[in-house]
Design a protein around this ligand. Structure first.
Ligand SMILES: *Cc1c(COP(=O)(O)O)cnc(C)c1O
Length: 431
């Protein structure tokens, strides 16, 4: 399967090159030249397939003969190795828990699949590869964890100082080994800007083998489409299924669009956002205006210039009316988010994290104003324990912290501290 750049359809590379490069040389994002429809029989037989079998069938189409089937199955077995259970509260509200992986966020799916795939492609390579990843919270820990101890691959994680939670910071800074944590005096967008600049930096290019692991890497998106199929399988009632996706860089949403184009009967997507509502404004009035990101309680969605918008526009031929027909969007304040967390606790004794709460709010709005009887699925993108401070500072209850999270809290952090200056970041890389 060839992958083209969203900046130029004629600029094409193989799957291998797309995953190893991350970003196209013209700074576009890679997309598969076609997204093949899955067979009707596959879609009808979903309920007889395991999650890993579904993952195998779906990924086969994106990879074709670039990875032999038995190796692909190995990659899936070692990366998609935990469940994605759907919790049913009513037809209108189902919560898809995507946090059962090692770092307790949905990003484990993408990061682990990408890490195993890169490892496969680099197995006969003796040149070290350096993966740069900017994080607004969960990406860094998932990617670092996915690549931990993989030989020949170094990971450099950039995070904005003081803008990610204590637990997230611990998850990134305590791994050591082939993982380097860099704390930047700036915002997530500054971190992302450094990464983008590094990729087009000729001096770096000639000295280092660079790759990216942000949600711009197609190797992370493909596995994120698996759980749309897996959750659809688990639904009792499948009429007019609507997915509410807490959105930042729109990776999860784009993966959902892949699933829909492949034939999964998704009625509508909801892009749920916090105060960083650039995409919501785009959906609702057609204008795309980037803005510096603002800090909120759902910090993994604090993005002022969502990278995957280029893919969404490309997949729908840059036709705003088509896009707004498929995607509904609404944004919510921190106050509304907290109220929703309390409400779910009172009503169902279920503790949701701030990102999932934003997803529930937007689903509720859609059901109130557009389609009351649709089947709703909210992607619960992280375990609430990752955001313990939000609970301690604002609410009178708090979730338990799972053991695998608690362990990293007691480990020692090692961090490189940087001011907001690309030159200094470059010096670190060249060293
Ligand atoms: C990354 C993240 C998001 C945003 O996902 P995108 O794919 O960037 O839109 C939402 N919630 C959590 C918990 C995240 O870690």
């Amino acid at each position: 399967m060839n992958y083209y750049s969203t900046n130029n359809k004629n600029n094409q590379v193989s799957f291998r090159q797309a995953i190893l490069r991350g970003l196209a040389d013209d700074r576009g994002l890679f997309l598969p030249e076609s997204i093949p429809p899955l067979s009707k029989s596959f879609l009808e037989s979903l309920s007889h397939l395991s999650f890993q079998e579904i993952a195998f069938e779906v990924s086969k189409y994106f990879i074709e003969d670039e990875i032999p089937k038995s190796d692909l199955m190995n990659i899936i077995e070692s990366s998609i190795s935990f469940e994605a259970p759907l919790i049913n509260f009513s037809d209108q509200l189902n919560i898809l828990e995507l946090f059962h992986g090692p770092t307790l966020a949905f990003k484990d799916f993408g990061a682990r699949f990408m890490a195993q795939t890169m490892k496969y492609f680099l197995k006969d390579n003796d040149k070290e590869i350096n993966i740069l990843v900017a994080t607004s919270g969960d990406t860094g820990s998932a990617v670092a964890n996915g690549f931990l101890n993989i030989r020949g691959i170094n990971v450099i994680v950039l995070f904005p100082k003081g803008k990610i939670s204590k637990i997230q910071e611990k998850q990134i800074t305590t791994l050591g080994n082939n993982i380097t944590a860099v704390e930047v005096e700036g915002t997530f967008d500054d971190c992302q800007r450094f990464v983008k600049a590094a990729f087009v930096d000729k001096e770096l290019k000639s000295n280092l083998n660079l790759s990216s692991a942000n949600s711009i890497n197609i190797g992370r998106l493909i596995p994120q489409s698996f759980y749309y199929f897996e959750s659809y399988k688990q639904l009792e009632n499948k009429e007019k299924v609507v997915y509410s996706v807490p959105s930042g860089n729109l990776g999860n949403l784009t993966a959902g669009v892949f699933a829909k184009i492949m034939g999964l009967p998704i009625h509508k997507f909801i892009a749920a956002t916090n105060a960083n509502d650039v995409f919501t404004k785009y959906i609702n009035n057609g204008e795309y205006k980037t803005r510096p990101s603002q800090i909120t309680l759902s910090n993994a969605m604090d993005v002022g210039d969502p990278s995957n918008i280029a893919r969404i526009k490309d997949l729908y031929e840059d036709d705003h009316s088509m896009i707004s027909n498929v995607i509904f969007s609404k944004s919510y304040s921190d106050k509304q988010t907290l109220t929703k967390i309390s409400e779910l606790k009172d009503k169902y004794n279920y503790i949701i994290d701030p990102h999932g709460a934003v997803g529930c709010l937007a689903l509720e709005a859609y059901q109130k104003t557009v389609e009351p009887n649709c089947i709703g699925v909210v992607l619960e993108t992280a375990h609430p324990g990752k955001f313990i401070e939000v609970f301690e500072n604002n609410l009178d209850f708090k979730p338990e912290i799972p053991e695998r999270l608690a362990i990293s809290l007691n480990k020692k952090s090692i961090t490189i501290k940087l001011d907001n200056n690309y030159k200094h970041f470059k010096d670190v890389l060249l060293k």
